[in-house]
Design a protein around this ligand. Structure first.
Ligand SMILES: [Zn+2]
Length: 116
């Protein structure tokens, strides 16, 4: 069984996303299986420095992880991420046939959220 994890941003409609897959080994896992890097650590690499006036927290972002106890994916989203963008994420991570829940978490707040 493969467990998919990832982080992503939406920059003016463009999806910037990374995915990291684990092979599920039940005995070795904790409560959550999470993408191994932070948004902070990956922003420069994944955005390829194309947005020099932005940092990792400027644009709407989120994270995909797996809740081992509940046996389902957790997709954390900035509240600015639209339904259409959410669909693109479900495609990108191939979650159509998986169990998942969407969660709008204050932790993932972009500049726009923070000004409200
Ligand atoms: Zn936002």
């Amino acid at each position: 069984m493969t467990i998919k994890t990832g982080i992503f941003w939406f920059v003016r409609g463009e999806m910037i996303a990374d995915r990291y897959d684990y092979i599920f080994e039940e005995q070795k896992q904790g409560d959550f299986i999470d993408y191994p890097h932070s948004h902070f650590a990956m922003w420069d690499k994944l955005s390829k420095n194309r947005f020099p006036y932005a940092d990792f927290a400027t644009y709407p972002r989120g994270r995909l992880l797996f809740d081992v106890k509940r046996g389902q994916y957790l997709l954390y989203l900035d509240r600015c991420i639209t339904e259409e963008e959410t669909k693109r994420l479900l495609d990108f991570y191939d979650l159509g046939k998986e169990k998942y829940i969407l969660s709008r978490d204050e932790h993932y707040s972009c500049d726009k959220c923070c000004k409200l």
